[in-house]
Design a protein around this ligand. Structure first.
Ligand code: PLP
Ligand code: ZN
Length: 434
């Protein structure tokens, strides 16, 4: 029924989408009251102001056929086009083609952490702009194109700004992105190098986000698609591809436990959505899985609420080296609490020192240099095992969502040459390195 109402209105309205632009997606639905809306550049429910998400009529009845189709698809997120709000020919359109990153079996790290089951790192630093944000932006760009936006924008904690700048350059959009003015140099340079406009705002991410919401309501923001604000329902769907890839790379099997970093909480909630879809379609066996959320102690509104047994998340003022996760007022916080509790997971946090230690532990054991967000997930995994909340005998996947080269400052003070010597063997021996 939803299909009919969407299709009949697209033919009569000039602003609506050409048929097929959103693939299997049929509507936007309110997460709070379930009210349905036509697919459009809207993000809040008119009835209750709840957040909107994409609703589908997913391919049913032939899981084997769908699995073969996916496996024959491109080595990018577009292999999952039948499960995303994108046109069937999406792989032919200009895009950075993110995704299909490595799932690394982390046996050395497992040994150090006392894990006897399988431990995997899903290493999303391998994306085109070296963070998981390329996934979400790629879907938002498709929606922006369909809605006729000409400028791509976002409020960013750093990685998103670079992902939007790069995607806009490839897809032929103007871009203008907003960040807190005091981010890491690696993130600022990455966000600026693609040639779009980059604006530093004197304030926290939450101030940047508030500013962007004002800009959307102003004539100055006309024609602007903010990937994580007015395109947020589409943007969020990109994170489902992490769930799809993990299961496919495990041989179409659900992991028992996943450890996911939390900024706004969007990624965590959509990974859960993706896993539920795979079960519903019949692509994986229906078994329980546990979802664990990871935060930095210096910005831990969700883990604080989790530990206190609260349903609401009280905003915090961030102070942490994990700047990519520094959202003090996370939009999806309450949904993260629901998911952690429903699946039997937990939400935990680690301090800056533990983050640095975990970055070095992952680098030393597996040769993966994570950004601070990866230090958060690895550090939280260690803590969860020590506290008996994560079962070391099961299959666990830990996300690394970004590249250590963008957050060098975190490890630079405690990482450097073992010695500086003259170019002579004597000098080498004197340094005790022989
Ligand atoms: C944005 C980001 C996240 C998670 O963001 P959500 O807002 O929770 O979806 C995780 N890791 C890195 C490195 C990020 O940049
Ligand atoms: Zn509603």
């Amino acid at each position: 029924m939803a299909v009919q109402s969407v299709e009949s209105s697209t033919t009569s309205s000039t602003s609506a989408s050409p048929s097929g632009a959103f693939g299997p997606a049929v509507a936007l639905s309110c997460r709070e009251c379930g009210e349905r809306f036509e697919l459009g550049p809207i993000f809040a429910c008119e009835a209750c102001f709840g957040p909107l998400e994409v609703a589908y009529e997913l391919p049913a009845g032939d899981p084997e056929g769908l699995r073969r189709r996916i496996e024959a698809g491109p080595n990018s997120i577009w292999r999952y086009a039948p499960l995303l709000p994108v046109p069937a020919d999406v792989a032919d359109l200009p895009s950075l083609n993110p995704g299909f990153t490595k799932l690394v079996k982390a046996d050395n790290l497992a040994r150090e952490l006392g894990v006897t089951g399988e431990l995997h790192i899903k290493d999303d630093s391998g994306n085109p702009t070296h963070s998981f944000k390329d996934r979400v932006v790629a879907i938002a760009v498709q929606a922006a194109r369909t809605f006729g936006f000409t400028t791509l924008s976002c409020s960013s904690t750093g990685n998103l700004a670079g992902a939007v700048g790069a995607a806009a350059a490839r897809a032929g959009f103007r871009s203008c992105v907003f960040i807190p003015h005091d981010l890491e140099a690696g993130k600022v340079v990455m966000a600026a190098v693609y040639g779009g406009e980059l604006v530093g705002i004197e304030g926290t991410y939450d101030d940047v986000n508030r500013f962007c919401s004002e800009l959307i309501g102003d004539p100055a923001g006309e024609g602007w698609g903010f990937v994580n604000v007015n395109l947020r329902p589409y943007y969020g769907e990109g994170s489902k591809t992490l769930a799809y890839e993990i299961c496919e790379q495990l041989g179409w099997r659900l992991p028992d436990q996943i450890v996911i970093p939390i900024a706004s909480g969007s990624q965590l909630t959509k990974i859960d959505k993706g896993l539920k879809e795979l079960i519903a379609i019949g692509l994986v066996e229906d078994r329980p899985y546990k979802i664990f959320g990871a935060q930095a102690e210096g910005c831990s509104p969700v883990s604080t609420a989790y530990k206190a047994g609260h349903d609401v998340v009280r905003p915090q003022k961030p102070r942490t080296i994990a700047k990519s996760l520094a959202i003090g007022n996370p939009a999806d916080g309450p949904y993260v609490l629901d998911i952690a509790r429903r699946t039997g997971g937990a939400v935990e946090d680690v301090n800056d020192e533990q983050i640095v230690d975990a970055i070095k532990l992952l680098a030393r054991t597996e040769g993966i240099f994570a950004e601070t967000a990866g230090g958060v997930t690895v550090g939280v995994t260690k803590k969860l095992i020590e506290d008996g909340l994560l079962d070391p005998s099961l299959t666990t996947v830990v996300l690394n969502t970004g590249d250590g080269l963008k957050t060098l400052d975190a490890v630079a003070p405690t990482t450097g040459p073992s010695a500086i010597i003259r170019p002579t063997l004597d000098s080498f021996r004197e340094a005790g390195l022989a």
